[in-house]
Design a protein around this ligand. Structure first.
Ligand SMILES: NC(=O)c1ccc[n+]([C@@H]2O[C@H](COP(=O)([O-])OP(=O)(O)OC[C@H]3O[C@@H](n4cnc5c(N)ncnc54)[C@H](OP(=O)(O)O)[C@@H]3O)[C@@H](O)[C@H]2O)c1
Length: 262
């Protein structure tokens, strides 16, 4: 892995994406170290070596990175997103002092073109890693299928579900993004690679309607015009990766498999 046979550290290894990264690495026979702020579950659902720690804690991160051959950095705190830059700095410093493992970072398509605070921090993390002198690969991906189902789940009890008018998305299965990250971490560092997105582009309202159907919630979906530069950037399609469809799992297939899996 990245020129070393050591373990691969997966930050955020219990998150939506990180779980799949751990699964793909384990399926490939790669020893995994998983960093989470939580304690390991009693059922020990994977064979990963568990490290409990916070990425903003330099001592914890030094321990987590020590001896690893590579890092797949999936951790992110959307609600306290400014922390992500602190975490990246701590991770980069620990990695620089620990044999300079290959760091693969997952970012989001359009972080440089859509004016959102969370995106600005993700772009700053990209820059920090690229300028760190570490061997780095940065993969931007479009929104995960899972995100729409979760967001619709939160809105399903409203009498009417509002969606921003004119937004389109190119959702991708987190499982397929994870497979891509595992392929990247197994190869030489490449800096920023081409963006990836899912196999189809959909209107936001169609994704929400499909999710409501899968959740068994009958609610009208109402597209609302949203003012401002951020909404304009979405309407311009800066969140899309045209010509870079990577995943093959369609949104409908994802919903069917999620329903089948309960
Ligand atoms: N969701 C999308 O549609 C999408 C699309 C493109 C790219 N991305 C990017 O993909 C990455 C993963 O997204 P996701 O949806 O899988 O996120 P997620 O489900 O929220 O998982 C992120 C994980 O990060 C961990 N974390 C947060 N703050 C931490 C800290 N200070 N120290 C240690 N761990 C911390 C949390 O793990 P614990 O609670 O276990 O500590 C959490 O489970 C993010 O960088 C995101 O920006 C997401």
């Amino acid at each position: 892995m990245g020129g070393s046979d050591g373990e691969v550290l997966v930050t955020g290894g219990r998150g939506t994406l990180g779980r799949f990264v751990v699964q793909h690495l384990e399926a490939a026979g790669v020893p995994v170290r998983l960093l989470s702020r939580r304690s390991p579950p009693a059922d020990g659902e994977s064979g990963a070596r568990w490290v409990t720690g916070d990425l903003t804690d330099p001592a914890a991160v030094r321990g987590a990175v020590h001896g690893v051959g590579a890092v797949v950095h999936c951790a992110s705190n959307f609600l306290k997103y400014k922390q992500d830059l602190v975490a990246a700095r701590v991770l980069a410093e620990a990695a620089a002092a620990a044999g300079r493992p290959h760091v693969v970072y997952v970012s989001i398509v359009g972080v440089d073109r859509i004016p959102l605070g969370y995106y600005a921090v993700k772009r700053d993390v990209e820059t920090l890693l690229l300028q760190s002198g570490l061997p780095v690969t940065i993969q931007r991906a479009t929104q995960f299928h899972e995100l729409f189902l979760r967001a619709t789940g939160l809105l399903r009890r409203l009498p009417v579900v509002p969606v921003p008018a004119g937004f389109r998305f190119q959702p991708i299965a987190a499982d397929e993004v994870a497979a891509r990250l595992v392929a990247l971490v197994s190869a030489e560092p490449r800096g920023r690679v081409d963006d990836i997105g899912g196999p189809e582009v959909h209107r936001g309202e169609d994704l929400v309607k499909a999710c409501l159907g899968a959740l068994g919630a009958r609610r009208p979906v109402v597209p609302l015009p949203v003012p401002g530069r951020t909404a304009a950037a979405y309407r311009a399609g800066h969140n899309l990766a045209p010509g870079h469809a990577f995943g093959s799992t369609t949104f409908a297939e994802f919903l069917r498999s999620t329903r089948a899996g309960g």
